[in-house]
Design a protein around this ligand. Sequence first.
Ligand code: NDP
Length: 609
Amino acid sequence: MTDKYTAVAEKTGMKLKFDPSMLRQKYDFERDKRLREDGSGQYKEIAGQFQHFIEDPYVDPAFKREPLFDEVDVVIIGGGFGGLLAGARMREAGVKNIRVIEKGGDFGGTWYWNRYPGAQCDIEAYIYLPLLEELNYIPRERYSHAPEIMAHTQAIGRKYDLYDDVCFQTEVTGMEWDEKSSRWTVSTNRGDKMKARFVAMSNGPLNRPKLPSMTGIENFKGHTFHTSRWDYDYTGGTCEGNLTGLADKRVAIIGTGATAVQCVPHLGEWAKELIVFQRTPSSCDIRKNAPTSPEWEKKLQPGWHKKRVENFNVMVSGGGQETDEVADGWTDIFRNMNAQMSQNPGMVLSKEETNILNEITDFIKMEEIRDRAATIVKDQATAEALKPYYRQFCKRPTFHDEYLFAYNRPNVHLVDTRGKGVDSITEKGVIYDGVEYEVDCIIFATGFEVGTNYTHRSGYDIVGRGSVTLSEKWAEGPRTYHGFFSNGFPNCFFMGMIQTGATANFTHMLNEQANHIAYVVNRALTGKIKSVEASRDAEEAWVNEVRDYAKLGDDYFASCTPGYYNNEGKPEISGNGFLTGVYGGGPVKFFKILKDWRDEGAMRGLQVA
Ligand code: NDP
């Protein structure tokens, strides 16, 4: 009998070297092994006796300053790309009085914290680094390493005078709306109680490191840290490697996500012995980094950056483009699918057939990735364990030219926990399957808190109109209009992943959001508007639209191996999930909604006073 895959393959003239139905069964089997009742509850919050895991290793802890009780037009919470873009776009719109509040000791956000060896951006630098034309800057290589990215965040801070009134090493502890003055009071851990007409919040979707809730972490007598607080005093070296402090150390790393993929080659090179504890393998595709070509650079015409950013966005959203300008591992599936369609001009596929074609193209890509592991890794059992069996975008795809090779080193060992994870930690090391692996150092590459509610992740609550808190209002999930505005919380703008059109290139999404917020703030400041806030109706309609779309994505996410993309195997539509809470109409449609809304100029859906 012809199955659904064979039917579509035949219709589109594809000759497959594998059996798609068998692969689907294998994917389901691998997913089922990993599904667990506790979902996101399997992780522990870093607090109390684990607090040292999140202390800032890059600043002087004795830093002190006088508290602030003054007033500014705009407070921006977060000094990563989101906050910087909001600041830049507001400056361009003429806003003078801006103060950024940032927990770290400088700008950079995720790139401030993540300085582990090998840290690099997987998205092409020519589209990932924002404001390139404004800063007249061309990245040095196709995929930037962390120091260049952090330097770029600092350059943005300087260019837009955002250092002038910044509060570093400062954490917001609360925000309260004052009805009489139409001002927010923003409180911090440095005793500040500053007033602001507007607050834009870009707290970052992956800002709180997390640990697995296994027993015994506190008993470990060796050295331990999380990858987002890399301890170079212990390992020696820098972001570029040279980890000489590990020459006589046995090191364990727990986790094999995008972070581990980048630091394992350095650990393997320098540690006496490295044991990598894997639960689910990452898909690891070719990196193919290269220095920027001066010839290519010379040919760039004004407006090139926006064009390239948008071209990538349309490609990874499944849309057609004459050329795939970036043409890398992110756009492969879509480029291959478009190529397949163009070989059959005039062919019409139903929505279901298109989805099946997409799945077949995904199988082809993932077969390539599995073959890559088999070709590179010499020990066949290790190679087999490193093969990912799930669709490419079920988890964050990774791209690296040395990761798989690291397993050919005699001092590097993979302990594949077959989806179960490490059992516990002892005084001496790590236990899996009854075996104790004694080590000097345990590095947690176990990622960041996702799937909890917004106020928990941001670390403060917001008291809006009528003393209602945001945690109360969002008890059943976020409620926004276009992701930015929430009724009862005037002049307060959310940036990030909530009910918004998200794209793989985060800085593109943040730039669109920054433009939108800057427009609203500018309208309010120039139009003598005291407050803007989502109307109940507009908010209700948007929440319903987001949830309706989320239902459509349910099958896809349910078929995925667990991870933070699908709320650890429990896709839900309330909206706290990383991807399950975004606007399912996609970024291309969403950015157009925003542009049309601004062009209309009526501030539709907002209550303006
Ligand atoms: P992730 O959440 O992606 O990975 C955490 C890892 O820890 C997973 O491999 C997970 O396994 C594993 N893990 C969790 N619990 C256990 C356990 N009990 N035993 C063994 N293993 C366990 O975190 P990362 O820091 O790697 O990456 C976070 C995100 O940061 C990325 O997804 C990406 O968005 C971003 N990033 C971006 C980069 C870039 O190039 N732009 C580079 C690095 C990170 P399992 O998969 O089974 O859950």
